[in-house]
Design a protein around this ligand. Sequence first.
Ligand code: ASP
Length: 323
Amino acid sequence: MTQSPARAVIAIHGGAGTISRDTPAIEVKAYHDALADILRAGQTILASGGSALDAVTEAVRLLEDCPRFNAGRGAVFTHAGTHELDAAIMDGTTLDAGAIACVHQIRNPILAARAVLEKSEHVLLVGKGAEAFADAHGIASVTPDYYFTQARYAQWQRALAAAAVQLDHDMPLKVNGGDEPIDPDSKLGTVGAVACDLDGRVAAATSTGGMTNKAVGRVGDSPIIGAGCYANNASAAVSATGTGEAFMRTVAAYDVGALMMYAGLSLEDAATRVVSEKLASVGGRGGLIAVDAHGNVCLPFNTEGMYRGVARVGEAPMTAIHA
Ligand code: ASP
């Protein structure tokens, strides 16, 4: 099935939540610029006939390299002051999937996940085994200081002081009874991309440092196929962000496609229902980005905002942070 170029589309997210209202305009613009640049990179791949799988891989790789977001460089800290990264990718045409979790020294977790998809008989590799696999397939490794950013360190210190495990954005928790959000200056998040290419193939990719002050060994929804990442040409490609445990308990990414296939819902109705009803029913906070094989796009969230953007081939990228 060949789609018209106007239907080929990529959508990305940089986490559910928003930056504080008094963030300087220049800093807000930097987020929009980063999102738009990454969208353009994905658009270029799609415009030249590249696959949705390649477009989401490249978009998430670039999001991981951008320290503004909680994935790759700029990942949040665990309770032990370390970094543990998770990522997943899925091809909606073949239903092939690859994921890695709890890795400490891979520069681009999404490239390791892609290698698992293509070069392994498995779907999910964790810890040292995942790192050895990535190494054997030429994926670049880094020392832990690569992930360090001052903003994340300060965020972790605040979470430690509050004895809280924190979503990396939109945090209502107050510190020491004061009015300050726990992370007033760096509400950044997990990243993801979904795309539909010129041939109507869809793919999804998600990558994260997880939640600030999380227990060592904790794995969230992002690398779990069906929870934080899912793709099927017959329904939709979905990448999620938010309180991971709630996305796992509701199998949120898969549920969008299931509502479409089994209940006949449109992409928009399915995605909106998962976020506003199913997630909310277990106290889940966050959002998702979804695209179907017709190029329909939906970006629902139940937080104050979500870093996000959409770019159709041949059209200017659109980016947004607040609702
Ligand atoms: N979903 C991620 C996790 O629970 C966190 C996020 O989206 O910011 O690991």
